[in-house]
Design a protein around this ligand. Structure first.
Ligand code: PRP
Length: 217
């Protein structure tokens, strides 16, 4: 099967299968992205152009939903940084009073499977009591990290707490957790890029790719 077709088949959401290429992704773009990818990448699951188009959609939707809510957008370090940077700039028109914060959350270390234990700490001193919190995740896998953070903000007195995640692996869930806003559901493959790492590598890749098994075996 050609690489482009494999990348398309890996997407779970039927509307994103490349009978139709991802929005914003021309055939030339997709082929050149696949041809030039990092040597440790087995396949490009989500090309840069497809991510950009979906992030722009999410940004506009969130901007409308939070137009009068003075949201506090809280990104999880480190994985969500790249997604969050693009997402907040896609929030058009920008919700008045929007603030950005970060929380440190880590459950994987250098492993490929979550430990289930989530360490979290706020980076800034912002009091979120009475604020509308939008938590930004790069990926919801087991769901443990997102659930721990959502519970933390709810307990801290947020007026509302919602989750936006670029990716979700539904078949990996060990706790109930569905993002209120989702970029792409993906199959259970080890993905890196666009903020996602393996042992701190690959975060700066502009696309989501599947890591070759020999790189983490
Ligand atoms: C990753 C990712 C999510 C979390 C999702 O973080 O960024 O926050 O795991 O996994 P879960 O749904 O199974 O909890 P990680 O702990 O790898 O830290 P990082 O963001 O610094 O890479």
């Amino acid at each position: 099967m050609p690489a482009l077709a494999r990348a398309a088949a890996a997407l779970v959401r039927p509307s994103l299968r490349l009978t139709a290429r991802p929005a914003g992704c021309t055939r030339r773009h997709c082929l050149s992205t696949v041809a030039q990818h990092h040597p440790h990448i087995q396949e490009v699951l989500l090309p840069k152009q497809a991510i950009e188009a979906r992030v722009n959609e999410l940004g506009r939707q969130i901007a409308a939903d939070y137009a009068d809510k003075r949201p506090v957008v809280i990104g999880t370090l480190k994985g969500a940084v790249v997604f969050m940077a693009d997402l907040v700039r896609a929030m058009e028109p920008p919700p008045p009073g929007l603030e950005l914060e970060f929380v440190r959350a880590s459950s994987y270390g250098a492993a490929t499977v979550s430990s289930g234990k989530v360490d979290l700490s706020m980076v800034g001193p912002t009091d979120i009591k009475g604020r509308h919190v939008l938590l930004v995740e790069d990926i919801v896998d087991s769901g443990c990290t997102a659930v721990a953070l959502l519970e933390h903000f709810a307990t801290a007195g947020a007026a509302s707490v919602k989750l936006v995640s670029l990716l979700s692996k539904p078949e990996r869930r060990t706790v109930t957790c569905e993002p209120h806003y989702l970029g792409f559901p993906v199959e259970d493959k080890f993905v890196v890029g666009y903020g996602l790492d393996y042992a701190e590598q690959y975060r700066s890749l502009p696309y989501i790719g599947v890591l070759k098994p020999e790189c983490y075996a």
